[in-house]
Design a binder for this molecule. Structure first.
Ligand code: FE
Length: 291
């Protein structure tokens, strides 16, 4: 088989379906971990993806009391509920439903993430995006945007694309900017039977996470494949991802980023390049050098 010319498209098929593992984090918050567990340890530059959805306060009320981070970015996207965020540098606010907080931990931050509700549904995601070695010790920074600040791209057939980070093939630009990994983060709604095609940068790694309904796509062998809700599909190499609403209206996240291709050393809430840097992070934290 020969390719025709530069600019020709090739499908990005789903090479793996990930179910995830139940984990308990923070002071007792129940989550499902899709990335960052044995089934899928990482998808460079993505280190972790946790999904949470519960209307039982016992699953979330304990929240995440103060804890440190260093060396990466923690991205919280809420679909329902409210989460109060507070850090040791005095930065504080509430992430509301439909809002995003893109936190660049850089050289270090100590923060708490607590539900701002005693009952009702809390639903959302936390994605960890790695930083390259030369930027791991940058100053901490935030990009925070409420639901009303995220542009909505409407396509034929009542397709809605909420753009959090990156730019769609049709030119809609999300408010989050991160040139180090050039992330694309879309929240897509398809009515029953609708189809969605999007070109991703060829070097990017990417995944689809199904929030509701059943998404159709094609598998490694080119055959149609069903991706049920709460499952993550890893995208293979190619240009265009094609997804459709196989059953019911569907909602999914489409996320992609440029891999860093650097060694990764992890230690709890720190992600560096070497074990010595992890030790240094624990030492700095114990010595109060995170502020
Ligand atoms: Fe945190």
């Amino acid at each position: 088989m020969s390719s025709h010319s530069t600019g020709s498209s090739s499908p990005r098929r789903i090479t793996r379906i990930v179910t995830g593992a139940r984990v308990t984090e923070g002071a007792g918050v129940k989550l499902r971990r899709l990335i960052g567990q044995p089934e899928l340890p990482m998808l460079d530059p993505f280190l972790m993806l946790d999904a949470f959805r519960s209307d039982d306060p016992g699953d979330y009320i304990a929240g995440f009391p103060p804890h440190p981070h260093r060396g990466f970015e923690a991205v919280t996207y809420l679909l329902a509920g409210r989460v109060r965020h507070r850090d040791s540098a005095g930065h504080e606010g509430v992430i509301e439903a439909g809002g995003i907080q893109w936190m660049t931990a850089g050289r270090g931050i100590v923060h708490s993430e607590m539900p701002e509700q005693e009952d009702g549904l809390l639903q959302g995601f936390q994605l960890w995006v790695n930083l390259p070695a030369r930027h791991k010790m940058d100053r901490p920074a935030y990009q925070e945007h409420g639901a009303d600040r995220l542009p909505l791209e409407r396509r034929d057939g009542d397709v809605e694309v909420k753009v959090i980070a990156g730019t769609t093939s049709r030119g809609t630009r999300g408010p989050v900017v991160q040139p180090l990994t050039e992330p694309l983060y879309l929240d897509v709604l398809l009515p029953p039977g609708a189809r969605f095609v999007e070109a991703l940068p060829t070097a990017h790694n990417g995944f689809v996470y199904v929030v509701t309904g059943t998404v159709g796509s094609s598998g490694d062998d080119g055959r149609p494949l069903r991706l049920e809700s709460d499952r993550l599909g890893v995208l293979g190499r190619g240009t265009d991802v094609e997804l459709w609403a196989e059953q019911g209206p569907v909602r999914f996240l489409l996320v992609a980023g440029r891999p860093l291709d650097e060694p990764v050393a992890r230690g709890g809430p720190f992600v560096m390049n070497t074990a010595a840097e992890i030790e240094q992070a624990f030492d700095d934290y114990r010595q109060g050098r995170f502020q």
